[in-house]
Design a protein around this ligand. Structure first.
Ligand code: OGA
Ligand code: MN
Length: 293
């Protein structure tokens, strides 16, 4: 097994793993150690990596099955790499972005909760980054769930929320998304992680439209309360990217957002996701017990 060091990134979430060159295949014990660090810290960071697309794909494949890209149709530049890759970039050729999610700020969300089986992991590799801004913020959804007032836990226990997304949106439109045209799926609000057994809050400002079964006003007020709680500094780590960073996050127990950055500076990251081999589960007691009352 490789000699690795695991160094927390913040009190809220995340750890850096040092001692690995991700171009080299990992032995089984090292894969297990990386997985365990990911379960413990929710997001893991490897710095100073020099990864081609094939390297990134080979590394990702050791942790799960690479998922179809999803989303709107891929750009020519994305397709030239693979069906599965997304380039997160504001770089334009002939006036058109070479990738996806090009410019500026983005609200908190997880990746693909509007699908039946949301992707468990996203692996984002930084190639070019602006001199300032364009940070990715990560909020720890275990801690967010655990620290909710008991009264709120009881009101939400056993409930589902509707997750919807318009691929072009980086901000939630006023009102709701049009479900006749955009992908959507009802998901548990409290979600049990299949590996850690811990319960997380599975909603986000960008993609959660409605708490199912509650009057509209109550649903809206509760969601606003949850979004504010999720944004609190004590749960959030802001990642300032450096070229060569490979970051892998767990969409089952975190949400992420992006800060604004200068539009005249280039930003390019390469992204893969992994299928989840476990179906989504409802959260554990006390959340579920409370629902029965
Ligand atoms: C993503 C994403 C944020 C960023 O790739 O899913 O939300 O910082 N990216 O670009
Ligand atoms: Mn995302």
């Amino acid at each position: 097994m490789a000699n690795i060091e695991i160094i927390p990134l913040s009190d809220a979430i995340g750890a850096e793993i040092r001692g690995l060159d991700l171009r080299v295949p990992l032995d089984a014990a090292t894969v297990s150690a990386v997985e365990q660090a990911w379960y413990d810290h929710v997001i893991i960071l490897f710095r100073d990596q020099d990864l081609s697309y094939d390297h990134q794909k080979a590394f990702a494949s050791q942790l799960g099955e690479i998922a179809a890209r999803g989303g709107d149709s891929a750009t020519a530049q994305e397709k030239s790499l693979s069906e599965n890759v997304m380039l997160v970039s504001n770089i334009r050729e002939n006036g058109k972005p070479i990738g996806t999610l090009p410019d500026g700020e983005m609200m908190f969300h997880s990746d693909t909760p509007y699908m039946d089986n949301p992707r468990k992991a996203t692996l984002l590799y930084a190639i070019e980054v602006p001199s300032e801004g364009g940070d990715t913020l990560f909020s720890n959804s275990y801690k967010v769930a655990e620290t909710l007032p008991e009264e709120i836990k009881h009101r939400l226990a056993g409930r589902k929320a509707m997750q919807v997304y318009d691929y072009a949106a980086q901000f939630k439109p006023d009102g709701s998304y049009d479900r006749s045209v955009h992908p959507h799926c009802a998901q548990p609000i409290f979600r049990k992680h299949p590996e850690t057994g811990r319960t997380s809050l599975f909603v986000s400002e960008l993609m959660t439209d409605e708490i199912i079964g509650l009057p509209e006003d109550e649903s809206r007020d509760l969601l606003n309360f949850l979004f504010e709680h999720q944004r609190r500094d004590e749960f959030v780590y802001a990642h300032a990217w450096r070229p060569g960073d490979l970051l892998m996050w767990d969409n089952r127990c975190s949400v992420h957002a992006r800060t604004d950055f200068p539009s005249d500076q280039r930003r390019l990251l390469r992204r893969l996701t992994l299928y989840d081999e476990h179906p989504v589960m409802m959260g554990e007691p006390p959340y579920r017990e409370a629902a029965a009352q």
